[in-house]
Design a protein around this ligand. Sequence first.
Ligand code: COA
Length: 142
Amino acid sequence: MQLTLKPATTADLPLLQLWRNDPAVRAMSRLQHEFDAEATRRWVFEGGRRLYLAWDDGRPLGFVSLEQRRQGPECEVSIAVAPEMRGLGMGSKILAMADKVASGAPLVAQVRIENIASLATFRVVGYVETSRDDSYVYFRKE
Ligand SMILES: CC(C)(COP(=O)(O)OP(=O)(O)OC[C@H]1O[C@@H](n2cnc3c(N)ncnc32)[C@H](O)[C@@H]1OP(=O)(O)O)[C@@H](O)C(=O)NCCC(=O)NCCS
């Protein structure tokens, strides 16, 4: 297995739209409505985030999104694995690779309290819980 992260391109938009509209991804996102092609393009290229696809020898496995916080040096991370590839250890491998593209910025994440798989994934990769409220667990990794 040769995992690489590559910045999203226009050619990746149909796949990113499919993944972003997956019910499990929508349910765990802050914006839960379905994205059409134009909303997907704006999400990928105009939202102030950097989106990377994870590839294994030409096969796309999922995406990582990094969003620079307006105040402070932190980058907010989110991740999704292609539906057919979940539960196989890909999420933790892909998330671990986000460190390399974050250029040393502290990484933070906000995970829904009911998202057991994601909570486990962030913990496995070394993210530390900094706080929680009724809806979210907040993580940080230096
Ligand atoms: C969350 C997600 C990225 C995890 O990726 P994954 O490839 O399925 O997870 P992995 O197989 O790498 O597992 C990582 C850890 O989570 C645990 N895990 C995975 N799926 C689980 C599940 N359904 N229930 C409980 N634990 C689970 C694994 O056991 C592993 O922990 P361990 O090493 O301590 O055993 C993936 O399930 C996904 O894309 N979900 C939909 C989108 C989403 O919720 N994104 C996160 C938003 S913050």
